[in-house]
Design a protein around this ligand. Structure first.
Ligand code: SAH
Ligand code: SF4
Length: 371
C-alpha cells in the first residue's frame, strides 16, 4: 500500500532519483564479503596506501568492528568513502538466554531478517562456541528440531565467523574451541564453512588451533572426501546414530542415498589420509537405536578403526515421538565399546534448561517469532 502511495504522489524526477539511490545502495558490497584482493582494489581506487587493507581487516576480523566509525585509526574521509562503497552489516541480538550452567545462547539476526542461534559454553578458563552454518536445515533428521523446519538459506562465511566473534565479545574472553553443531549441515554449505574455519584458524582472524575447530556432518560423503584433502588439521565428527541401515534411513532420511557401507569405506580413507581420529555421534533413543542388535552393529562399525564415540543423551524436542534411553543404558554402551577397544564417552549436554542443547535450537526461534 505504501509503495502505491509513493508512486502516485512522487514526480518522475523523484522516481529516477529514488531508483538511482537504491541502485547505489544495492551496489554497495558487504565489507566482510570482500576478498583481500577486492579490498586492495577499492583502496587503490581511493588513492590509499596498501597498509590500509591490513588495518581494515584487523578491524573486521580481529576487533569485530560493528561500524566504520569504530575504525579510529582510519582518516574520517576514508571511513566516509568506504561507507559509500560498502556496508558493514549489523548483526543484532534478537534474544539471549543464560543457562544455570553458565552457557549463554544467542539468537542473532542478520540484515535480511534471518536469525540463527549460537551458544557460548564456558568451563574454567576455556570458552567453547557452538555455531550454525545454515539457517534451518534440509536434512530432515527425525529427532532434530532444526530439521523439522527445512532450510531457509545458507550462511555466508562471515556470518558463521561473526557468531563466534559475538560470543567472544559477550564473554570478553578468548574462544578456545568451536564446534559447528548449531543449525544446519555444514557440508551442504561447504565453501562458506571452509572459509569460516580458515578465518577462525588464522592468526589474522580468531587464531584458534585447527584441531580445536570441529565440523559435524550427518555424513555427506562427497564432502567428507573433499574434507580429507584439506591441508588443515580440522576435526571431523560424523553423526552416526545407528549402524543398522534400516534404522539410520528412518532416523536420517537426508543421507539415505549414501549407504553405511559407503560411509564405512570413506571414513577408512579419511583416517588413512589424515591420520586423525574422527568422532561418531550417537544420540541414544529408547527402543530405537539402543537395543542389543544396534549395540553389536555399532561395535562392528567402530572396532579396528580409529574412532571415538560420543554417546549423547537425546534432548527433548517438542512433539517428538522419541524418548531418551536411560543413563544405565548409556553406561552399558560405553562399556561394551571399550571391550572391543573403542573409546567412548557420554557427552553432557550443556544448556539444556535453555533449549540450547543439540537439536533444540529451532524451538526458541519459533517461540521468538510468535512473541
Ligand atoms: N548437521 C550436523 C551438525 C549440526 S547437528 C549434524 O547433523 O551432524 C549437531 C549434533 O546434534 C548432531 O550430532 C545431531 O545429530 C545432534 N542432534 C540433533 N538433534 C538432537 C537431539 N534431539 N538430541 C541430541 N542430539 C541431537
Ligand atoms: Fe540437519 Fe544435523 Fe539436524 Fe540432521 S541433525 S536435521 S543434519 S542439523
Amino acid at each position: 500500500m505504501q509503495d502505491a502511495n509513493i508512486k502516485t504522489t512522487s514526480s518522475e524526477g523523484d522516481d529516477a532519483e529514488k531508483s538511482a539511490s537504491s541502485a547505489k545502495a544495492q551496489a554497495r558490497r558487504e565489507l566482510r564479503d570482500l576478498s583481500h584482493g577486492e579490498l586492495v582494489e577499492i583502496l587503490e581506487q581511493l588513492g590509499q596506501p596498501k597498509f590500509r587493507a591490513k588495518q581494515i581487516e584487523d578491524w573486521i576480523w580481529v576487533k569485530n568492528a560493528q561500524s566504520f566509525d569504530d575504525m579510529t585509526n582510519l582518516p574520517k574521509s576514508l571511513r566516509a568513502s568506504l561507507a559509500e562503497r560498502c556496508v558493514l552489516g549489523g548483526t543484532t541480538v534478537a534474544a539471549q538466554q543464560v543457562s544455570t550452567d553458565g552457557s549463554r545462547k544467542y539468537l542473532l539476526r542478520f540484515d535480511d531478517g534471518v536469525a540463527v542461534e549460537c551458544v557460548g559454553m564456558p568451563s574454567g578458563n576455556r570458552l567453547a562456541v557452538c555455531a550454525s552454518t545454515q539457517a534451518g536445515c534440509g536434512m530432515k533428521c527425525a529427532f532434530c528440531a532444526t530439521g523439522a523446519s527445512g532450510l531457509t538459506r545458507n550462511l555466508t562465511a562471515s556470518e558463521i565467523y561473526e557468531q563466534v566473534m559475538h560470543v567472544r565479545d559477550d564473554f570478553n574472553t578468548r574462544v578456545t574451541s568451536v564446534v559447528l553443531m548449531g543449525q544446519g549441515e555444514p557440508f551442504m554449505n561447504y565453501d562458506a564453512t571452509l572459509e569460516a574455519l580458515r578465518r577462525l584458524n588464522s592468526p589474522e582472524g580468531a587464531g584458534i588451533g585447527a584441531r580445536h575447530l570441529t565440523v559435524s556432518t550427518s555424513g555427506v560423503i562427497p564432502m567428507i572426501k573433499r574434507f580429507a584433502n584439506e591441508p588443515e588439521q580440522f576435526t571431523l565428527a560424523v553423526s552416526l546414530h545407528s549402524a543398522v541401515q534400516r534404522t539410520r534411513d528412518m532416523l536420517m532420511p537426508g543421507v539415505k542415498k549414501w549407504s553405511l557401507l559407503h560411509l564405512y569405506d570413506i571414513m577408512g580413507e579419511y583416517v588413512d589420509k589424515t591420520g586423525r581420529r574422527p568422532t561418531y555421534e550417537y544420540a541414544l533413543i529408547k527402543g530405537v537405536n539402543d537395543t542389543e542388535d544396534e549395540l553389536a552393529a555399532l561395535c562392528d562399525f567402530c572396532r579396528d578403526n580409529l574412532a571415538h564415540v560420543n554417546i549423547i543423551k537425546l534432548n527433548d524436542v517438542k512433539g517428538s515421538r522419541f524418548q531418551p534411553s536411560s543413563d544405565a543404558r548409556a553406561g552399558e554402551f560405553v562399556r561394551r565399546l571399550a571391550s572391543v577397544g573403542v573409546e567412548a564417552t557420554i557427552r553432557n549436554s550443556r544448556g539444556s534448561d535453555i533449549d540450547a542443547a543439540c537439536g533444540q535450537l529451532r524451538q526458541i526461534v519459533e517461540r521468538n517469532l510468535k512473541e
